[in-house]
Structures are given as C-alpha cells and as structure tokens.
Write a protein that binds this ligand. Sequence first.
Ligand code: GAR
Length: 205
Amino acid sequence: MNHKARIAVLVSGGGTNLQALIDAQQSGIVKSGEIILVISNNPSAFALERAAKAGIDTLIVSKKTFGSQEAFEQAIMDALDQNGIDIIVLAGFMSILSERFTSAYPKRIINVHPSLIPSFCGKGFYGLRVHEAALEYGVKVTGATVHFVNEVPDGGEIILQKAVAIRENDTPQTLQKRVMRLAEWKLLPAAVEKVSADIVKQKGE
Ligand code: GAR
C-alpha cells in the first residue's frame, strides 16, 4: 500500500521549519506523508519561496482581505477540504486559531513551539519573545515541543520534546538559532512522520 497522509503546512515567516520538513521528505525521514500545500497568512513570507522552489502549491490567505476571523479561517478550511488534507502543520504560524477551527481537526493539527511546554507558552509567547522570556527568567535549560493543537493555545497533547542547554552569553537570537538547529528541525519532521504513519495505518484498517 503506498497511500501517504496529505499534509498542509501553515506558515507566517522565514519557514526554516517548513524547509526542515521539505528536506526530511526528500531524504526519506518523512516517508508516510507528503506536503501538498503551503498556506501563508503573510504575503511576503519567505516560506512561500521555499515552497515554490520545492514545487509545492502555495496559497496566501491574508486576514486583511477577510472581514473577520471566521471568514479567514473558513478560507483556510475550504482549501484544506479541496485538497483532501489529513494533517495540518503549524510551522511558525503566528495566528491563534479559534475553537471552531481546532475542534474540526482533533489530533490532526500539529504545532512546533520553541520552549519546553508548559514553560513560556500560550498567548503572547511566539518567535523571539519566547527566548527573551526564557533568558529574562534565567532558566538554564529550554528546548522545543511539538504538540497537537486544541482550543487552549499551546495546551494540546505533547508529541515530542527536546531540551537544549542555555549558555551564559546567549542572546535571544543565538538561543533561537540553537533551539531550532538542535531541537525544532529534528523534532518536527519526526513528529510529522509519526502522526502520518498512524493516519496511513488507520486508513488501511
Ligand atoms: C520557530 O522557532 C517556531 O517554533 C516559532 O516561530 C519560529 C518560526 O520560524 N513558533 C512559535 O513561536 C509559535 N508559538 P520559521 O518560520 O523559520 O520556521
């Protein structure tokens, strides 16, 4: 049987986690799933160029062009539906999705967060801010978490987690890079493969 789970990746920025998924697909680390579509809420996200370069379809769904959160999310849901998407990966997607959206895809939405949840997570903790908060607090260990998404921001079931040591002279930028390199870029493909394999198995039963 050679059916693969159909994956959509939602992005907002640089897209290094998207790149890690593309590379993992090419190297065979992700073998049970295939990235079908990349959706960005930011028209100038570099992630869109990464997707295009890899020959993956892209779609821009900008909040500004839709009057409400509901219409914005409906446009995303329509695209997911039209493409028969099984798994939605939030890879640096900087918009919190409503319960209406998250409850439509139980255990089908995966997010990568740059800390060890439940530390430095939830509303307001995203991107560089997470690392600023970790350094400000003075923790000696941080890391990354990949988890399922539910109605609680960063509150869904944890799939994989990896710790990264903080160094004395770290800045938010150096810490962000190290957490990405040592944790996020490995964890996200591993989690996507795990969930994809489960879905392929379920479909075959
Ligand atoms: C990543 O560090 C990701 O974990 C984080 O934003 C960055 C996106 O980078 N996501 C969050 O903070 C979500 N709460 P990328 O666009 O290069 O993948």
